[in-house]
Design a binder for this molecule. Structure first.
Ligand code: HEC
Ligand code: HEC
Length: 297
């Protein structure tokens, strides 16, 4: 045994001892097959490393040149005429074929993506949802509306829809006097009704007070004279002329849908749009639920 082999052996032993020390030190459980395999792998790597190093260092020390040299010399250094090793050639061909497969069938061209898979699953799930609730009855809508409300709307509107002491609209009644006054003063152009904007109204002082009190009170009794200026758009009964303008008397599907799709920025604050977050059935369910809060349905 020459000194090189002794050194290599000593090196392998040190590596193995270090591995054993780590296993002991970290209290690694070798009855676990994965740990055991890893340990065996580490020892194998230590032995192979020592063996391979010994072989090549030994070869470098003792090898004599043999075989045919190519004619060229580079700074006095020659090169043997060696055949291309067939194993290398086949793996090279294999890599080319694999690369073509990878581009065409595998990832880039035939792209698989987790986002795509998620989108497809969501689409399929939504279709199933639409099919299940194609013709929901009133009770189904109300309970669906309540569950969606408790998750999506309650954080701002409160579990009982009371608006959390003025942080958001109190949905148990249609509209407050302050909100009507604010709309009269500033107009409104955000809900996306076909009619478009409501310009600021001329009604002021006592007139504005009277009409706001009348609307906030649920439009009961005789309307103040000034209401006639509103009636042109909102209808004599305040119901919004079949969806041309918002229904001021009560919540209806049209109003809730417009608010959900466009969001709302008013005298209380800002409500975000839920446009991409709710399906049409869920919007209808929410509006049904809100209407049950008024005792309307
Ligand atoms: C020219 C037609 C028109 C007239 C006149 C009009 N409105 Fe409107 N009103 C609208 C439209 C359209 C909207 C919805 C605007 C939007 O998209 O934000 C609206 C919205 C409102 C809203 C907001 C509803 C909500 O839920 O936030 C209130 C309150 C209101 N109007 C009250 C009145 C009162 C009170 C008068 C009379 C003094 C009046 N409007 C006159 C067309 C009109
Ligand atoms: C981030 C808080 C927030 C969330 C979440 C929220 N809202 Fe609102 N909502 C508001 C605020 C603030 C207002 C009052 C806006 C204003 O000043 O007119 C409002 C107003 C409303 C109105 C009254 C609109 C009108 O014109 O009278 C309805 C209806 C409504 N929200 C329904 C919902 C529903 C249904 C959900 C759940 C899908 C919901 N909101 C989620 C904050 C929120």
């Amino acid at each position: 045994m020459n000194s090189l082999m002794i050194k290599a052996l000593a090196f392998a032993v040190v590596l193995i001892l270090a591995t054993v020390a780590v296993v002991k030190g970290m209290n690694i459980d070798l009855s676990d097959p994965v740990n055991m395999l890893t340990m065996i792998g580490a020892i194998a790597i230590a032995i192979i490393t020592a063996g391979v190093t010994t072989k090549y260092i030994g070869q470098m020390k003792s090898d004599k040149s043999s075989g045919e040299l190519v004619g060229d010399r580079w700074d006095g250094i020659g090169e043997y005429k060696n055949e291309l090793p067939s194993g290398w050639a086949y793996s090279f061909l294999g890599v080319i074929i694999w690369a073509l497969w990878y581009w065409m069938v595998g990832y880039p061209v035939n792209a698989y993506s987790q986002i795509g898979e998620y989108n497809e699953e969501t689409k399929a799930y939504n279709a199933k949802f639409e099919a299940t609730f194609a013709n929901p009855d009133q009770a189904t809508l109300t309970s669906m509306g309540e569950s969606v409300f408790l998750v999506q709307c309650a954080p701002c509107h409160g579990e009982t829809a009371d608006g959390l002491s003025g942080k958001a609209h109190n949905l148990t009644s249609r509209i407050s006097k302050e909100q009507v006054l604010a709309t009269i003063q500033k107009g409104s152009n955000q809900l996306g009704y076909a009619m478009g904007a409501m310009p600021p109204m001329l009604a002021q002082g006592a007139d504005a007070e009277a009409v706001a009190t009348y609307i906030a009170g649920g439009m009961k009794g005789t309307a103040p004279a000034i209401y006639s200026t509103c009636a042109a758009c909102h209808g004599a009964d305040g119901k919004g002329n079949n969806g041309a303008a918002p229904n001021l008397a009560a919540y209806d599907d049209t109003l809730v849908t417009h608010v959900l799709e466009n969001g709302k920025k008013g005298s209380i604050g800002t409500m975000p749009s839920f446009k991409t977050r709710l399906t049409p059935v869920q919007e209808k369910a929410l509006s049904t639920y809100i209407q049950t809060l008024q005792g309307a349905k």
